[in-house]
Structures are given as structure tokens and as C-alpha cells.
Design a protein around this ligand. Structure first.
Ligand SMILES: Nc1nc2c(ncn2[C@@H]2O[C@H](COP(=O)(O)OP(=O)(O)OP(=O)(O)O)[C@@H](O)[C@H]2O)c(=O)[nH]1
Ligand SMILES: [Zn+2]
Length: 205
């Protein structure tokens, strides 16, 4: 967790009066500790249910945030071609195993005919809204591109996400380092030349 994430999400949770039921999570975590054969009352674990509840409120804060609000700030700029923010790092939680998957998102769009664009940071915030939920990578990718299309009404958009899934690294098949890449492309970015330009900008390190 970077300092940036900590700062942004603690502030967001406080402001929103987090609707995550932390006492309920605490009770469940205490049960899990007992179920694995640990002593939930030993010194090192006594505060753990509280810490986990707080962490879960942060991991799943996106369930209570509205993408429309994030993309509501737009301004007109005379730019009719691709705008791309790449290498946006993020952490999400696999909905099958409740362990992290993490990696980078790359988001591009071609502004609407009126040249309405949003602030670049809003694209990174959009990733956080959908990543901070129980997720699968394909849905995360689609939700981001659909939110862009709905709320910015651009001529087209592309989202590419590259992740390592801890459920494939630390358990199960145990293949650390394996990367999953997903993409979703809409509107004019589907045009082969535009799509190729976007992909070369994304992949050119
Ligand atoms: N398509 C997709 N699959 C995912 C994602 N995250 C986790 N999975 C997969 O979800 C599947 C769940 O499979 P199950 O057979 O129900 O669960 P499991 O017995 O824990 O599976 P293993 O991981 O193979 O041990 C696994 O193959 C995971 O790799 C994701 O974001 N997208
Ligand atoms: Zn998983």
C-alpha cells in the first residue's frame, strides 16, 4: 500500500462515514483465527480483528463510491485525438479467494466532438472505484471502459489491464510471475489503425 493510497482512502472513508460493518468483520476474523487453530486472545492477535476490519473497509471502499461523481468534472480542450494514461498501479481483491491481484491499468480515450475531457487523475480514481471491490479482472476492465463511455461520452475508449493474481501465486497452481492481460475497446478505438496506435503507446515502455 503506498502512502498515496493510504492518504486518499482514509480521507474518503472518513468523509463517507464508511458503511462497511466493521464490528461484524471483527467477529468473523476472530472466528477464522480460532478455526485455523490459533488463539485469538494471544498478545499478537488480540488487535488483529480490528486491524483486518479497518483494512477491509479500505479494500472494499469502492462499493460505496460513484464513478459518475468522479467523472462529473470535465472541461473543454481543443484535442480531438487519443488521451492515454498508462501504468496506473492498483490493487484489487479476487472475488473467488479474497486474496489480492495487482498490476497496472492503461486507459485511453478519444474526447467527444465538443472536446470534453476529464482531469487525468480522475482516470486513476476511476480505476480505484472499481478495483476496491470483490472483483475478477475481466469485469474490472469492462466496468472501467463502460464508465468512460457512459459518463464522458467519448468517441472511443480502450482499457488494458495487466495483473498478477495471488490466488495463482501463493496457493493453488502456484505460478508466481504469471501475468493476465485483459483489454476492452469501444467506439472509434476499434478502428485497426487507432487501436494499433493505442497499443503501441501502451506497450512502448
Ligand atoms: N477468469 C478469471 N478467473 C479468475 C480470476 N481470479 C481468479 N480466477 C480463477 O477462478 C478460478 C476459480 O476456480 P475454482 O475451481 O472454483 O476454485 P479453486 O479450486 O480454488 O481453483 P484453483 O485456483 O485452480 O485451485 C481459478 O481458476 C482462478 O484462477 C479472474 O480475475 N478472472
Ligand atoms: Zn482468486
Amino acid at each position: 500500500m503506498t502512502e498515496f493510497d493510504d492518504e486518499v482512502f482514509s480521507a474518503a472513508l472518513e468523509a463517507a462515514g464508511s458503511p462497511v460493518d466493521q464490528p461484524r468483520i471483527q467477529r468473523a476474523v476472530r472466528e477464522i483465527l480460532a478455526a485455523i487453530g490459533e488463539d485469538p486472545d494471544r498478545e499478537g492477535l488480540v488487535e488483529t480483528p480490528k486491524r483486518v476490519a479497518k483494512a477491509y473497509a479500505e479494500f472494499f471502499a469502492g462499493l460505496h463510491q460513484d464513478p459518475a461523481e468522479i467523472l462529473s468534472t470535465t472541461f473543454a480542450i481543443d484535442h480531438e485525438e487519443l488521451v492515454l494514461v498508462k501504468d496506473i498501479p492498483f490493487y484489487s481483491t479476487c472475488e473467488h479467494h479474497l486474496v489480492p491481484f495487482h498490476g497496472s491499468a492503461h486507459i485511453g480515450y478519444i474526447p467527444s466532438a465538443e472536446g470534453r475531457v476529464t482531469g487525468l487523475s480522475k482516470l486513476a480514481r476511476l480505476v480505484e472505484v472499481f478495483a476496491r471491490r470483490p472483483q475478477v479482472q475481466e469485469r474490472l476492465t469492462t466496468q472501467i471502459v463502460e464508465a468512460l463511455m457512459t459518463h464522458l461520452q467519448p468517441k472511443g475508449a480502450i482499457v488494458v489491464i495487466e495483473c498478477e493474481h495471488m490466488c495463482m501465486s501463493m496457493r493453488g497452481v502456484r505460478k508466481p510471475g504469471a501475468k493476465t492481460v485483459t483489454s476492452a475497446v469501444r467506439g472509434q478505438v476499434r478502428d485497426p489503425a487507432t487501436r494499433a496506435e493505442a497499443m503501441s503507446l501502451i506497450l512502448g515502455r
